[in-house]
Design a protein around this ligand. Structure first.
Ligand SMILES: Nc1nc2c(ncn2[C@@H]2O[C@H](COP(=O)(O)OP(=O)(O)OP(=O)(O)O)[C@@H](O)[C@H]2O)c(=O)[nH]1
Length: 493
């Protein structure tokens, strides 16, 4: 996503400033100009950029700083604070409470990703123990109910809608009644997508809101719309009391600047971002870690949370135990591949590591790696359980290799490549000696870090910024939760 480029430009501007022998007003001006250019390229509104520049200049008085003060740190802190201020409207969004009949209404332009996002939002809360339900009050677009029905069925979420009824207010009220009776504690109402010009549809949105009295109105906005974001968000704010924003399609060509504009226009916080079409491609949005990532400071708590959502805490020790036994089987490799695919774009992971940027992941390479992983998994799908659970690669005789290749519709070379990858990973894990590497308190010794580095494929170490960056990272993590890291670690497939 282009937002990563914004992060890269901002951290480069700050880095260039720190390499200057003397940090004076000129250097500060040059640095702020560079940041302003980067923000404007990311579609942030001109006025917001000017305000940001002026506020930083006001808060940083270089001459008044005591000798010996780290000027770069002062400037970096001021930039971070201003970026946070732009994204934080100062009042938190309504948070649904379990066991209460929370009503949340979704609004947004046609095609913004509203229906998809309703299901993602429901699914997210379902995993947190809520009992969500979906009401389709979109009678404008033919097929809207079918789409919601399909999404809801896949996610096993109860839904309500009608093919016959044309009054969205009636459907919304009926759905609300039904799910209140069924004790749903999160009733989500999807409304018609509208074009900006359609005053009638804005009126309809107002009526649905009046009849259902939602606790929260969420405005869904396509992240790639650029400068138009401010006006669009403002139009919605004027017709409905928008209380939170979700920005979608942040995986594509979204420049991200629109997110800042939407916050300014609605005076409501961004609570989630959509990062793909799949139901799980949905991330909680927190201002400080986000700005931290833009400034290259990383987001370690976010990274660990992500790891935990992929490999639940209760399964982590099981995985580490298996690795500690030296029992690295093809099935374990398959599970690691699954975790990797769930982890999302590597570039995104990199941006969560302090000092790293998602630009580290060469474009194109990521797609190739993913395709390779999927290819290997298809091959493994054609193997028997005994083969997957065995530690003996000799089980894969020539005739079995031929059979698996045929069964998976792949070339023999693909199967042998996959087996080579397995052997390489098995060797790496046995060299690592996991039980010694991670003692019960989770803290890794310097020696253990060195050992891990030696066993890791050089290209992975290089991708992570080299040896010293990796050492610094492990130390920053305080050696804690290394099992989470191991659970998701790949061997450079
Ligand atoms: N890449 C990507 N695609 C998304 C995301 N969110 C939604 N989409 C896609 O965007 C398209 C439009 O999504 P919908 O959910 O149908 O949009 P909508 O706003 O409900 O549309 P209307 O019902 O016409 O208002 C679909 O193809 C979705 O799969 C996202 O975060 N990333």
């Amino acid at each position: 996503m282009v937002l990563a480029e914004l992060g890269g430009s901002i951290s480069r501007a700050l880095a260039r400033m720190s390499s200057a022998t003397v940090v004076d007003e000129n250097v500060l001006r040059e640095c702020l100009n560079e940041i302003a250019r980067a923000l404007m390229q990311a579609d942030v509104r001109f006025k917001m950029v000017c305000d940001l520049q002026a506020n930083i200049k006001k808060s940083v008085n270089l001459e008044a700083l005591a000798a010996g003060t780290n000027k770069r740190r002062v400037i970096e802190t001021a930039v971070g604070k201003e970026l946070c201020k732009m994204l934080d409207p100062g009042k938190p969004a309504f948070v649904p409470k379990k066991g209460k009949p929370n009503v949340v209404m979704f609004v947004g332009l046609q095609g913004s990703g509203k229906t998809t996002t309703c299901t993602k939002y429901a699914h997210y809360h379902q995993r947190k123990g809520f009992k969500p339900s979906l009401v389709c009050a979109d009678t404008f677009r033919a097929g809207a109910f079918d789409q919601l029905k399909q999404n809801a069925t896949k996610a096993k979420i109860p839904f309500y809608g009608s093919y016959m009824e044309s009054d969205p207010v009636k459907i919304a009220v009926e759905g609300l009644e039904k799910f209140r009776q069924e004790k749903s504690d999160l009733i989500i109402i999807d409304t018609s997508g509208r074009h900006m010009q359609e005053a009638a549809l804005f009126e309809e949105m107002r009526q649905v809101a009046e009849a259902t009295k939602p606790d929260l109105v969420i405005f869904v906005m396509d992240g790639s719309i650029g400068q138009a974001a401010f006006d669009q968000a403002q139009a919605f704010k004027q017709s409905a009391s928008v209380g939170a924003v979700i920005i979608t399609k942040m995986d594509g060509h979204a420049k991200g600047g629109g997110a800042l504009s939407a916050v300014a226009a609605t005076k409501s916080p961004v609570i989630f971002i959509g990062t793909g079409e799949h139901i799980d491609e949905f991330d909680v949005f927190n201002v400080e870690p986000f700005v931290g990532r833009l400034l290259g400071r990383g987001d370690l708590p976010g990274l660990l949370d992500k790891m935990e959502s992929i490999v639940p805490a209760d399964q982590q020790s099981e995985l580490v135990a298996k690795l500690a036994e030296g029992a690295f089987t093809l099935r374990l490799m398959y599970e690691q591949f699954q975790n990797l695919l769930k982890m999302g774009p590597m570039g995104q992971i990199f941006s969560m590591l302090p000092g790293f940027s998602s630009e580290l992941m060469p474009k194109g390479q990521e797609k190739q790696s993913k395709e390779k992983i999927k290819r290997y998994m298809t091959i493994m799908d054609s193997m028997t359980a005994a083969e997957l659970d065995s530690k003996n690669p000799k089980l894969m005789t020539e005739s079995r290799i031929l059979r698996v290749a045929r069964g998976s519709g792949r070339q023999v070379k693909d199967v042998t490549d996959m087996l080579e990858e397995y052997k390489r990973l098995a060797k790496m894990w046995s060299k690592l000696n996991v039980s010694k590497l991670i003692p019960p308190n989770g803290k890794m010794s310097d020696q253990a870090i060195q050992k891990m580095l030696k066993a890791m494929p050089p290209q992975v170490v290089q991708q992570m910024g080299g040896k010293s960056a990796f050492e610094a990272l492990v130390k920053q993590m305080g050696g804690k939760d290394m099992s989470k890291m191991l659970a998701g670690m790949k061997g450079g497939a």
